[in-house]
Design a protein around this ligand. Structure first.
Ligand code: ADP
Length: 403
């Protein structure tokens, strides 16, 4: 009985010990599980944070790139809007997809978009250049004169690498071409102008050598003629020198207050003999109460002399040249009016260009420099010069000197 009781007690104690061990083990496992779980959550949170950081930096990089792209795009749009060269983009069949404002202006075509190249360009040679580019996928260039539009255009067609269309660049070379022609004309004019007086000087000298020296009245006539030729050559040399001085910037004005009437009277006195010789009446019409002008009187007198010289040269004997000055809004307006042969309307705007002469056959001697020198001088005074003329009736040259 006692043994059974002791055995039961031992069994009970063993069961209690096992129960206690089991409880500790569960407790340990639970603790471990919750520790592991916590670490996972931490790891997940850290990963999420990393991911959001990457997304944020990706977004800011994207925003930066987008704003750079936008500013580049707007810069490009401004350049395309402002440049004077025409830019067109055409697709493979020649329909315009893009045109900057200059292209519309150059081709004198309102809005070229969705119109064909043929319609916009309206020139066979230029359209052919585009066609050649489409066929060969090589850059093509063509220059054409468009007399009806008074233009000289250059078109460069470049194949578009990213599509089967092309890019067309149009340049207006009208002004350059005109300058080139004027310059080329000048060289031939100048050599012609030099050849004529030099040939006549040689002929006069030879005539004197061959016996005219023994005939005093004839010799005097020849010497007078030599003097005229030498004067013409001297004037040409002076004008060339003056122009080169003005254009190289070695040109300073020596201003002082002068009465407008004094300028007119002084220029008129200098040109009186020449006018009388040509049988042309030269007079001055000017109010006494005009304000004084702050000018380089020598240079301004030179402008007046150039204008009077032309007026006398292009007016038939018996005609009249009048020098005028009147107060204008912002200064004094001078004028030289003649009853001469006039200037064709389409040439009036060009006579102030360097080396330009309306009609070489009628101009007699002259280099075409006088008016461009006058223009430089007037503009250096802050003024402007212009002409009005009716062919066959006469011309008036005005220049305005601000107060
Ligand atoms: P030029 O030395 O040939 O006279 P200018 O520059 O003074 O050169 O004049 C340029 C051209 O303008 C002249 O060749 C002439 O054809 C024209 N011109 C100038 N003044 C007159 C005028 N008063 N009447 C008619 N034509 C003129």
């Amino acid at each position: 009985m006692n043994y059974a009781f002791i055995f039961a007690i031992i069994l009970l104690l063993l069961a209690a010990w096992y129960a206690w061990r089991y409880y500790r083990l569960r407790q340990g496992v639970n603790e471990y599980a919750s520790r592991v779980q916590g670490r996972e959550i931490d790891t997940n949170i850290r990963e999420l944070e990393n991911l959001s950081g990457a997304v944020t930096s990706l977004l800011s990089t994207f925003n930066l790139q987008r704003s750079t792209l936008e500013s580049e795009r707007s810069r490009l749009a401004t350049v395309l809007d402002q440049i004077t060269d025409g830019v067109l983009i055409a697709d493979e069949v020649g329909l315009i997809q893009f045109a900057n404002p200059a292209a519309g202006r150059l081709f004198q075509f309102g809005d070229p978009i969705h119109h064909s190249i043929t319609e916009v360009v309206r020139n066979h040679q230029l359209v052919e250049a585009w066609r050649r580019c489409q066929q060969t996928r090589q850059m093509q260039s063509e220059s054409v004169e468009l007399p009806t539009r008074h233009q000289y255009l250059q078109l460069v067609v470049i194949p578009d690498k990213h599509s089967s269309g092309s890019l067309l660049l149009a340049q207006d070379l009208t002004r350059l071409r005109r300058l080139e022609t004027v310059r080329r004309d000048f060289v031939s004019n100048l050599s012609h102008e030099l050849r004529t007086p030099l040939a006549s000087l040689k002929a006069l000298a030879e005539t004197l050598q061959e016996g005219a020296l023994e005939d005093p009245p004839a010799a005097r006539r020849f010497v007078d003629q030599i003097q005229i030729e030498v004067d013409a050559l001297t004037q040409m040399a002076n004008e060339l020198l003056e122009l080169s001085r003005i254009e190289s910037g070695r040109f300073a004005l020596d201003r002082s207050p002068v009465a407008a009437s004094d300028l007119l009277l002084s220029a008129s006195r200098r040109m009186q003999v020449q006018a009388e010789r040509a049988n042309i009446a030269l007079r001055v019409e000017c109010a006494d109460d005009l304000p004084e002008v702050q000018v380089d009187s020598q240079r301004l007198e030179q402008v007046l002399v150039n204008l009077i010289h032309n007026a006398v040269k292009f007016t038939r004997p018996g005609g009249e040249v009048v020098l005028l000055a009147a107060a204008a809004d912002s200064g004094v307006r001078f004028a030289v009016r003649d009853t001469g042969i006039g200037i064709p309307a389409e040439e009036v705007s060009r006579i102030f260009e360097r080396f330009y002469r309306v009609d070489k056959s009628r101009a007699g001697s002259g280099t075409g420099l006088g008016l461009s020198i006058a223009k430089h001088i007037v503009e250096a005074h802050g003024g402007k010069i212009w002409a009005e003329s009716v062919e066959g009736q006469g011309s008036t040259f005005y220049f305005m000197i601000p107060q």
